[in-house]
Design a protein around this ligand. Structure first.
Ligand code: NAD
Length: 358
């Protein structure tokens, strides 16, 4: 079977890092059809829009999207709907990418990069599943108005609306239970059910979905406690599932436990496992074009692409093992360099991963 992959490098370091991930995918012996298209600021420069129709059509007709990064300060003065970041929002919406997977893995070789003590984080391997298309970020109505009652009646106030439909909670809960089944079979649902009605509803639905997955141990935690436990004893977690707002904050917190933004992959999936795979970092305009960006987050995103969209688990493990082997050899790009290791460029890191695949 031929798998179709849309490669959208984007801006800044995007083309340098996706190139290395493409080389890795191309070396696996799979039947892959990889097609590149512009996105973000690059697409705006070429076509006047960050997500041109031709790029969107390519993405929609592909099994998966390998995405670099978008954004540059030179686009900051553009109208909001023309900014590079709108391309990601547009793709999420058009493809219905409601489930965001953010693993936080700390390779033992990089334990010193974390701001936490090595014994607390070394060997960390957790997965945060964040709902991506609902919650207070998209709830209507929203805006500003004159308060009609309460202690500040008659004053201007800003407001948003938090809500989750049953279908939205069920589908993200199922995705998270299934992810837990492939790991240590422990799922922690994070909410604020002691204060928010939406959270109590979320919790009730997650509990009802749990009946479909008796092999997975379900627990619940309030978001403030989860934020604390993530820095106190992060290895206690296996999979965390949470809504859009809490997930936004917790996934960044968990990511930072690993100490290196250049190492963190991510995936956003829809109900048919079509997905967008991208590093968690941005386009790093400060180092673009210098062949010094770390391509490993993008290569690890390609491994997630193999696992979740192409169902090629063995190949995903092969790529992840190659990354481990390269770290074991002491090769480091500038962002993860430490005394005693060997500094390599973006393309040399790609070469090393390819060699380790052999
Ligand atoms: P950034 O993640 O691009 O960079 C933050 C710092 O980390 C910089 O010093 C950068 O050099 C470094 N860095 C990032 N990725 C690296 C890598 N692979 N290897 C080595 N070092 C790396 O965040 P920023 O500077 O706040 O934002 C720059 C642009 O990226 C902005 O336009 C922002 O809007 C955009 N952005 C895009 C995405 C995305 O495409 N998903 C995400 C975040 C930010």
């Amino acid at each position: 079977m031929t798998y179709k992959i849309a490669v959208l490098p984007g801006d800044g370091i995007g083309s340098e890092i996706t190139e290395q991930a493409q080389r890795v995918l191309g070396a696996l012996g799979l039947d892959l059809e990889m097609t590149t298209a512009p996105v973000g600021g690059t697409a705006y420069d070429l076509h006047g829009h960050p997500l041109p129709p031709s790029t969107l059509e390519l993405a929609q007709s592909s099994n998966a999207i390998l995405f670099g990064a978008v954004g540059d300060w030179k686009y900051d003065s553009l109208a909001r709907e023309l900014r590079p970041e709108q391309a990601i929002l547009g793709l999420r919406k058009a493809l219905g990418l409601f489930a965001n997977f953010r693993p936080a893995i700390l390779y033992p070789q990089l334990a010193n990069a974390s701001s936490l003590k090595p014994e607390i984080v070394s060997g960390l391997d957790i997965l945060i599943v964040r709902e991506l298309t609902g919650d207070i970020y998209f709830g209507q109505p929203r805006g500003s108005r004159i308060a009609e009652d309460g202690p500040f009646k008659g004053e201007r106030q800003g407001f948003d609306t938090m809500h989750y439909a049953e279908t939205e909670v069920r589908r993200i809960a199922r995705v998270a239970f299934q992810a837990a089944q492939k790991r240590q079979k422990r799922l922690c649902s994070v909410d604020k059910a002691n204060v928010l009605e939406t959270s109590q509803f979320w919790r009730d639905i997650v509990i009802s979905v749990a009946a479909e997955y008796p092999d997975v141990e379900l627990s619940h935690m309030y978001v403030d406690n989860a934020a604390m436990q993530l820095v106190r004893a992060p290895k206690e977690f296996d999979v965390i599932v949470t809504g859009n707002l809490f997930g936004d904050i917790l996934s960044d917190e968990a990511a930072m436990l690993t100490g290196s933004i250049g190492m963190l992959p991510s995936a956003s999936l829809n109900a048919s496992n079509q997905g967008l795979y991208e590093p968690s970092h941005g386009s790093a305009p400060d180092i673009a074009g210098k062949n010094m960006a770390n391509p490993l987050a993008t290569i690890l995103s390609a491994a997630m692409l193999l696992r979740y969209s192409l169902n090629e688990e063995a190949q995903a493990c092969r790529v992840e093992a190659a990354v481990q082997a390269v770290l074991e050899k002491g090769l480091r790009t500038a962002d993860i360099f430490e005394e005693g290791s060997t500094k390599v460029s973006t393309s040399e890191m790609g070469d090393a991963v390819l060699k380790a695949l052999e």
